[in-house]
Design a protein around this ligand. Structure first.
Ligand code: SF4
Ligand code: SF4
Length: 433
């Protein structure tokens, strides 16, 4: 979000037909949160300046960049989920970014028409679209949704009313028949993007895109490796900002900047320098994503005396875990390899989803986690119900956990702070610290 709009930004939004005043108000609310919860925190690596810029420029410079690419002939595609195969979008020369809403400020616009008891991520997304405060709406050549949870599925009917929408059908199980369906969906998606761009998918360009996305995943994985250090070189809140930037920035530039940040983080680890004070209890956040505009839980945990060392979410490990096989030759094999990699994502919309619990327990060990905060957005039934199995699996592995169910509002901050502080205190007691 452009938190500090320039006069040029105002002209840009007016030119896109946005409600400039309302847009300014929504951005001001996000700006206040970012300043307080992220930018003003001590111990930040110098390399975070680039990622701050991505966040600040998301309603300004990035919009201008999308427009320039469109003027040069590229199509713009908006996405809402980590199941969208980005390799295909890159190989066909589109510019793409995630449009999920992370701000409470747009929610009232959705609640005027749609049920209040939907998850805040969906309501915020709908609200941005309905209030005319999303600068990407007027630019979109295509939006891509997916049949994950019910709230999202029905939202695509609303957002897709005027066309320009593609829905990927995601199976709910991972049996051979489901894998076959998913491969068909990936092939149909490739055909749709070919139609949109008027270009055929070329094996050489797809191989290049696979390598780029794998490089991006490796850079994200390296940042996470560094977070395993006794004194993590980056706070969980800043690591979240990097993950949020990963979903909206140009993939090539983002990867370059993250590789540079990783060098700085690596030097910090070598010097034994941590982003947060020494001896903090190590927390894994597991469950729903925290998309751009939402730093609430990370801020609460890290101002309650703990450090978030890993996110088991789509704004965490779910986004980058698993590479696409670069050994696949020819278009068919490459598309199958892409389908295979995306099918390993362990979203709670799958049933059963035992690999998610296994992965979480494994990561709790690898990141030396003292406790897990299960993050459940209000009305997210899949993660909420799955929280029972997750708590059981963690308990069996000797890892304490707590479930925090919340939305984007500030109303429950006091009560959440008390619960989180008590949980962290209980971890101190366990460790005898
Ligand atoms: S939690 Fe599930 S539905 Fe949401 S972005 Fe992740 S994979 Fe997609
Ligand atoms: S947080 Fe849960 S309810 Fe909301 S979009 Fe994601 S899966 Fe659906």
């Amino acid at each position: 979000m452009t938190h500090r709009p320039s006069p040029e930004d105002g002209k840009l939004w007016a030119g896109l037909g946005l409600d400039v005043e309302l847009h300014g108000k929504i951005l001001a609310s996000i700006a206040a949160n970012y300043d307080r919860q992220v930018e003003s925190r001590p111990g930040r690596p110098a390399g975070m300046r680039y990622f701050d810029g991505v966040i600040h420029g998301s309603h300004g410079d990035r919009v201008r960049e999308v427009m320039a690419k469109q003027a040069a002939g590229a199509k713009f595609v908006g996405t809402f989920c980590v199941y969208v195969p980005e390799e295909i979008l890159i190989a066909l020369g589109t510019v793409h970014l995630a449009l999920c809403g992370g701000t409470a400020a747009s929610i009232p616009y959705a609640e005027q028409t749609y049920p209040r008891n939907m998850c805040p991520l969906v309501k915020s997304t709908l609200g941005l679209a309905m209030s005319g405060a999303c600068p990407y709406g007027p630019l979109e050549d295509l939006a891509v949704g997916e049949t994950t949870c019910d709230a999202k599925k029905k939202t695509w009917d609303v957002l897709g009313r005027e066309g320009g929408f593609h829905v990927l059908e995601l199976p709910q199980k991972k049996n051979p028949a489901d894998r076959a369906l998913w491969l068909e969906e990936v092939l149909a998606f490739a055909r749709r993007i070919e139609e949109l761009t008027g270009r055929p998918l070329e094996a050489g360009l797809l191989a290049e895109a696979v390598r780029l996305m794998n490089r991006k995943r490796r850079a994200l994985a390296r940042m996470h490796e560094l977070r395993k250090a006794e004194r993590p070189p980056i706070s969980g809140t800043d690591a979240l900002v990097v993950m949020q930037a990963a979903l909206i920035d140009d993939p090539e530039r983002f990867t370059r900047e993250l590789e540079a940040l990783n060098e700085e983080l690596s030097a910090r680890v070598a010097a034994g320098f941590g982003a947060l004070p020494e001896g903090r209890r190590r927390i894994m956040i597991a469950g729903c994503p925290s998309v751009l505009g939402n730093w609430k839980l990370h801020h609460l945990v890290e101002t309650s005396g703990a450090a978030v060392v890993v996110d088991e979410s789509c704004t965490g490990t779910r986004y980058f875990t698993g590479l696409v096989d670069e050994g696949a030759a020819g278009l068919d094999e490459m598309l199958a390899a892409i389908a295979d990699r995306y099918m390993t994502i362990d979203c709670s919309c799958f049933s059963p989803n035992t690999e998610r619990m296994e992965n979480a327990v494994r990561m709790a060990g690898e990141y030396h986690v003292d406790g897990v905060v299960q993050y459940i957005l209000h009305a997210c039934h899949t993660y909420n119900v799955e929280a029972i199995a997750m708590a059981d699996a963690l308990k069996a592995a000797g890892v304490p956990s707590i479930k925090i169910e919340t939305d984007y509002s500030e109303e429950d901050i006091g009560q959440l702070q008390i619960r989180i502080e008590a949980f962290i205190e209980s971890l101190e007691f366990r460790r005898g610290g």
